[in-house]
Design a protein around this ligand. Structure first.
Ligand code: IPM
Ligand code: MG
Length: 359
């Protein structure tokens, strides 16, 4: 199969981790007779430096013209003081909105080899951690009006949070469909004791439930959910939630699995053209040192093969190669246990090379 991939290397560790993912994709293409072509897209801080805009229209267009987009990470302290609409993160938000990828899928699954890296007690980990957060990605407070005005002689900042029934319904459906393919349990997370948008969210989820009698729907307030994720994560199968709650809960969920460096994510809308990225940030403090963990990005590339290109076998092969390398004890710094006996510390490039060797 021939596929055109838009590649956003981004800022910080972005370029190094993306490089390893591309090497993995090249090897898979060679083994399975595919042809992947790559188009570089500038987005984030580097695009601000080069074009004065975190996502120039022409760059968004390159993404829309592709079969899918692979992204490293964007942002860094260098651009901390640029105005809100010009921040690197704004490029990412515009990309998500421009591609219409409203459904962000973030797995929280513990790799048995890394169980000791989880900050949770062994007895909690032993009950299993394998759930998925379906996060609404192009609505809510991220996309409401943001403004700072002067009221009664002092600055007042306003961020608007709005959700329409149709926005909630389409992500709700993804939640139910996803649960249907997994453990058939869907937990809808909101703050309906305080927010109108959450009360509407809850109402729409319950309307949808009638169409999915095989899926067990439960409701949970977001503060309680934050607590339950560390207290009893084995209770969760699929969580569906709004944009900002999903942002926060997915960082928490990744941490209990051992390292945020291991978690990929997919973002999809109505077409098969998706956006694939690790969920971690650009980690500017370790950029260029060859110590970053490329696994999150490599697994994001595997997700792209599975969800956008229907290449199940190829995705499986990448995931098993990662598993084998972990079995053999190879670890990047972020996943090296406190007692490293039996483990070999490797850098970003070497981790990529080992995964390719195991494909
Ligand atoms: C994420 C990130 C982004 C978000 C930032 C970089 C804008 O934290 O993908 O979770 O908040 O969505
Ligand atoms: Mg986040």
């Amino acid at each position: 199969m021939k596929k055109a991939i838009a590649v956003i290397r981004g800022d910080g560790i972005g370029p190094e981790i993306v490089e390893q993912a591309l090497l993995v994709l090249n090897k898979v293409a060679e083994q399975y007779g595919h042809e992947f072509t790559y188009t570089d897209v500038d987005m984030g801080g580097n695009a601000i430096d080069k074009w004065g805009d975190p996502l120039p229209q022409a760059m968004l267009q390159k993404c829309l013209d592709s079969d899918s987009v692979l992204l490293g990470a964007v942002g860094g302290p260098k651009w901390n003081d640029v105005p809100g609409p010009m921040r690197p993160e704004k490029g990412l938000l515009r990309l998500r909105a421009g591609m219409g990828v409203y459904s962000n899928n973030r797995p929280a699954k513990i790799w048995p080899q890394l169980a000791s890296a989880s900050p949770l007690k062994q007895e909690i980990v032993d009950k299993g951690i394998d759930f998925l957060i379906v996060r609404e990605l192009i609505g809510g407070i991220y996309f409401g009006k943001h403004e700072t005005v002067v009221e009664d002689g002092e600055k007042t900042a306003i961020d608007e949070l709005r959700y329409s029934e149709s926005e909630i319904r389409r992500i709700g459906r993804i939640g139910f469909e996803t649960a249907r393919k997994r453990g058939k349990k869907l937990c809808s997370v909101e703050k309906s004791n305080v927010l109108d948008s959450s009360r509407l969210w809850k109402k729409v989820m319950h309307e949808l439930a009638a169409e999915y009698p095989d899926v067990e729907l439960s409701d949970m307030l977001v503060d309680n959910c934050a607590m339950q994720i560390v207290k009893a994560p084995s209770q969760f199968d699929v969580i569906v939630t709004e944009n900002m709650f999903g942002d926060i809960l997915s960082d928490e969920a990744s941490m209990i699995t051992g390292s945020i460096g291991m978690i990929p994510s997919s973002s999809l809308g109505e077409t098969s053209c998706g956006l694939y990225e690790p969920i971690h940030g650009s980690a500017p403090d370790i950029a260029g040192k060859d110590i970053a963990n490329p696994i999150g990005t490599i697994l994001a590339a595997a997700m792209m093969l599975r969800f956008s290109f229907d290449m199940e076998k190829e995705a499986d092969v990448i995931e098993s190669a990662v598993s084998k390398v972990l079995d053999e004890g190879y670890r990047t710094k972020d996943i090296l246990p406190a007692d490293p006996t039996g483990c070999t510390l490797v850098g970003c490039k070497e981790m990529g090379r080992l995964i390719i060797e195991n494909l």
